[in-house]
Design a protein around this ligand. Structure first.
Ligand SMILES: NC(=O)c1ccc[n+]([C@@H]2O[C@H](COP(=O)([O-])OP(=O)(O)OC[C@H]3O[C@@H](n4cnc5c(N)ncnc54)[C@H](OP(=O)(O)O)[C@@H]3O)[C@@H](O)[C@H]2O)c1
Length: 386
């Protein structure tokens, strides 16, 4: 983690931080054995730096491909994790005082010394529920916003399908869609009865459990007039089924591909699937199985162009793979966060921001992570350090 590497010679203190390292490349779902909690000396707080004590740690799907399934992943051992929230314990940086709540990418650690430019104070609307800075008022809320307001832009009378529709991102996608235009048929899929119930409670019109009914069968039943917008959290065969049902002029927001994150060898698995089907089917499979997830990977390096796919019957649809990173730190991102806060306040996003808070120690993070990847979470997964 960039913000944890302040180690000037002679500046190390007697104090330590506990930090979760990834020590192995996982095979399938990550396990406790893939991680170790290590004590490391804390650097002294120099000018321009801030010491923080972590309170809440984010546990996200994107962390899994970074463990080694994708090209370019770091070789372990590496400091693991991403976004965290903490309280300032010492500051030698302008604008930060002891007691401030801050957010930054110092990873799965109980303490850190961060460069001031790598952290920021929680915005006013996140103060009541600090974890919301990782969720609705943070990267997940903004991810949903990008997909709905910048890519899909769903219109009156259209049909919108959201895979992973009960998750942290998916639920907000559903609510933002209905806020924009109520006269939309909103379809969502998820993997448990309680998640289907939740989706209905937040405004989805039609829901299905992808573990009990195939996606093609469900979409045939629930989207007889086709799909105009698809928000893809899953990739793979789910995306393929959605693409087949797209109407001309349809838009796809390619957000994530959790379907392949735990694949033992993503490329070989995809490769074997490419062998089946007609030439058209093979081409489409290649796009959905390979180009979608690879484009998301590329999008981490910057915005990706919108692409067009021609489907049977002269249908043309567009898709855009995107990541929230650059938007999250931009002025437009801050404005979107304020808009989301206003919509929560005026009641247009009722029940937004569901969270699954596990209370525990750093040692509980690997199993919390695996539980979330297998669908055990109900809402944004975070761990509160107690
Ligand atoms: N583009 C970006 O910048 C960005 C930012 C944030 C998140 N994302 C992506 O958005 C997606 C959702 O992330 P989130 O943070 O909101 O997580 P989440 O949906 O709250 O949690 C992950 C969920 O994925 C579902 N899942 C796991 N394996 C699956 C499979 N094989 N097929 C279908 N569903 C599966 C599980 O729910 P079920 O019970 O329904 O299986 C699990 O609860 C992920 O793909 C993530 O990488 C992208």
């Amino acid at each position: 983690m960039a913000s944890f590497t302040h180690t000037e010679p002679g500046a190390i203190t007697m104090e330590t931080a506990s930090i979760v390292h990834q020590v192995k490349l996982p095979s399938g779902l990550p396990t406790d054995e893939d991680f170790e909690v290590t004590e490391l000396p804390l650097p002294a707080v120099a000018d321009g730096f801030v010491a923080v004590a972590t309170t809440i740690i984010s546990v996200d799907p994107y962390m899994r491909p970074r463990m080694g399934a994708w090209k370019g992943a770091k070789t372990p051992p590496t400091v693991f994790g991403g976004g965290s929230i903490g309280k300032v314990t010492e500051s030698k940086a302008e604008g930060f005082s002891e007691g401030d709540l801050v957010i930054g990418m110092w990873g799965w650690a109980d303490r850190a010394v961060c460069k001031a430019e790598n952290i920021r104070k929680l915005g006013p609307h996140a103060l009541a529920v600090p974890s919301s800075a990782l969720n609705l008022y943070g990267s997940n809320g903004l991810t949903a916003y990008m997909g709905v307001e910048q890519i899909m832009k769903p219109k009156e009378g259209e049909t919108v399908y959201v895979s992973g529709g009960a998750g942290s991102v998916g639920a907000v996608v559903g609510m933002l869609t209905k806020r924009r235009q109520n006269n939309i048929t909103l379809i969502g899929s998820a993997g448990s009865a309680s998640k289907l119930e939740y989706m209905l409670s937040i405004g989805y019109d039609e829901v299905f459990n992808y573990k009990e009914e195939t996606v093609p069968a469900a979409l045939k039943r629930l989207a007889p007039k086709g799909i105009d917008c698809y928000f893809d959290n899953v990739g793979g065969d789910t995306a393929l089924a959605a693409v087949h049902k797209m109407n001309s002029g349809g838009r796809i927001a390619v957000c994530g591909a959790i379907h392949v994150y735990n694949a033992k060898n993503m490329y070989r698995k995809i490769g074997s699937k490419i062998l089946f089907g007609s030439p058209f089917e093979i081409g489409l499979r290649k796009t959905i199985m390979m180009d979608f997830p690879l484009s998301i990977g590329k999008a981490y390096g910057g915005p990706q162009p919108e692409k067009t796919i021609s489907l049977s019957g002269g249908r043309k649809i567009t898709w855009k793979a995107f990541t929230v990173g650059a938007f999250y730190v931009s002025k437009e991102g801050r404005e979107a966060e304020i808009k989301i806060a206003e919509w929560v306040k005026d009641g247009s996003l009722p029940n937004a921001g569901r969270e699954d808070v596990v209370k525990g120690s750093l040692k509980d993070l690997p199993r919390t992570f695996a539980r979330m990847l297998s669908g055990g979470n109900n809402g944004k997964q975070v761990l509160e350090l107690v």
